[in-house]
Design a protein around this ligand. Structure first.
Ligand SMILES: [Zn+2]
Length: 148
């Protein structure tokens, strides 16, 4: 029988494309998975243009869908790039929108639930506050408008 490769297992469980898992640990806030984007060139977080690196940021966390009962977070230290149009910005990561600390999958789940149940039930189910639900819905609406 083939042994499970933990990195591959997490990549599969996360269901997020274009990232590599470097490690995982239990921490007070839940399961924290260290990830790296697959793409190596740095892109502006706002426009996606390939830009020269400026410096790097300390590691940050993005909330992802829970793994069973455990809250799950992606951890990565993004770089900052110097974009000719937008100046010094944090690079784009494949799992989240610019300026969001939630993964796209998490935001999509919140937006989907919020259309089908009241806001306080969505908050309780996803473990987030009222204002966060509002921010996520606004972003989801903006993206749909941008896509047309
Ligand atoms: Zn830019």
């Amino acid at each position: 029988m083939e042994r499970l490769d933990m990195g591959k297992l997490f990549e599969h469980l996360l269901g997020v494309r274009d990232l590599s898992v470097c490690g995982a640990s239990f921490e007070p806030q839940g399961v924290v998975v260290d990830v790296e984007p697959r793409q190596r060139e740095a892109r502006c977080g706002v426009c996606g243009r390939v830009c020269p690196c400026y410096d790097s940021c300390p590691p940050r966390l993005w909330r992802h869908l829970a793994l069973g009962q455990e809250p799950l977070w992606l951890r990565h230290a993004p770089r900052r790039v110097e974009c000719p149009q937008h100046g010094v910005r944090v690079e784009r990561v494949p799992w989240a929108e610019h300026d969001s600390r939630f993964t796209r999958e998490f935001e999509e789940r919140v937006a989907w639930l919020a259309q089908r149940m009241d806001k306080s039930t969505t908050c309780r189910l996803m473990g987030i506050n009222w204002r966060t639900v509002g921010t996520i819905i606004e972003r989801a609406v903006e993206q749909r408008l941008d896509a047309h």
